[in-house]
Design a protein around this ligand. Structure first.
Ligand SMILES: Cc1cc2nc3c(=O)[nH]c(=O)nc-3n(C[C@H](O)[C@H](O)[C@H](O)COP(=O)(O)OP(=O)(O)OC[C@H]3O[C@@H](n4cnc5c(N)ncnc54)[C@H](O)[C@@H]3O)c2cc1C
Length: 264
């Protein structure tokens, strides 16, 4: 069985700020991490590898050369090999151009049974890339997976809802998107770190010449959407009002305020 996990290297959003003048993300000095949901996707793929025979876990990322570090971390966690799609031709991609490029790479890899994505990247935050890859490749897809079982060529997934879950079955090949409730990602092992950093050939870099893709559909040129502006909303907090009196008096005043604001 071949499982391909799509991994995005993202800035640690706890550290990201927006330039108030330019309205762009300040990326300088911000540490990069594997997108958290993608770690859950990788962990689940590794669990399948741990419990089934003949499972290969490949990791795939589109990004700048430094995204290699994320792929090495994935190998240190237990993935078998990785491919980084990196070329100036891919730069400035929106979700459509990103998924077009990734789907072309998956077609080239071939013989896949499961494509595993995270639900959502913490920087772009659209949750579009996984389902778009599924559409490009004509695959069944189950999103928001919080529990997974494999039976031969069939997957059974719990698909999370706000107040419950669906149980969904699909035949492989299938595209799945993981959420954090699915599992607790493992730490890289010492052996894995040694393997990842001693074997450079485990992370291959593919350029636009390595995949069969329409160059009009990738990068900035192939992106139908454009970010016009990014900004931090101004705080709408006011000073607030302290209510005084006995508990029942405070409660009475509180209800009056809520009615005045037509909240109740
Ligand atoms: C005009 C325009 C220009 C942009 N230019 C840039 C730019 O120059 N640099 C930049 O970093 N971003 C750029 N972006 C943002 C970029 O479009 C998104 O970050 C990217 O398309 C992925 O979307 P997302 O982050 O919302 O991912 P989501 O759809 O939220 O991701 C869902 C899942 O898809 C997979 N996935 C997503 N992206 C990748 C990836 N790159 N590799 C592997 N798997 C992936 C992961 O499994 C992830 O969990 C640009 C956007 C626009 C509209």
């Amino acid at each position: 069985m071949r499982i391909i996990v799509c991994v995005k290297q993202v800035p640690d959003t706890n550290e990201v700020r927006i330039d108030p003048v330019k309205g762009t993300l300040i990326r300088e000095g911000v540490p990069s991490i594997i997108n958290p949901d993608d770690k859950n996707a990788l962990e689940e793929a590794l669990k399948i590898k741990d419990t089934h025979d003949d499972v290969e876990v490949m990791v795939l990322s589109m990004g700048p050369p430094q995204a290699k570090e994320a792929l090495k971390e994935a190998i240190a966690m237990g993935a078998d090999k990785a491919i980084l799609l990196s070329d100036r031709a891919f730069a400035g991609a929106d979700t459509w151009a990103t998924s077009t490029t990734i789907a072309a790479a998956i077609r080239k890899i071939g013989n896949y049974d499961i494509i595993f994505c995270g639900r959502q990247a913490i920087d772009g935050d659209t949750a579009q890339v996984g389902p778009q890859i599924g559409e490009h490749l004509g695959l069944s897809q189950i999103t928001y997976v919080e529990k997974l079982e494999i039976n031969g060529k069939e997957v059974t997934a719990h698909r999370s809802l706000e107040d419950g879950y669906y149980v969904v079955k699909a035949e492989m090949p299938v595209l799945l998107t993981a959420i954090k409730e699915l599992n607790e990602p493992r730490y890289p092992s010492v052996k894995g770190i040694y393997k990842a950093y001693r074997n450079e050939e485990l992370v291959k870099v593919w350029t636009v010449d390595d995949i069969d893709v329409d160059r009009e559909q990738i990068g900035l040129k192939g992106s139908p959407t454009q970010v016009k502006k990014s900004f931090t909303p101004a705080s709408s907090k006011t000073g607030g009002e302290m209510l005084t009196g006995s508990p029942s008096e405070i409660a009475r005043q509180f209800v009056v305020r809520l009615k005045e604001r037509q909240i109740i």
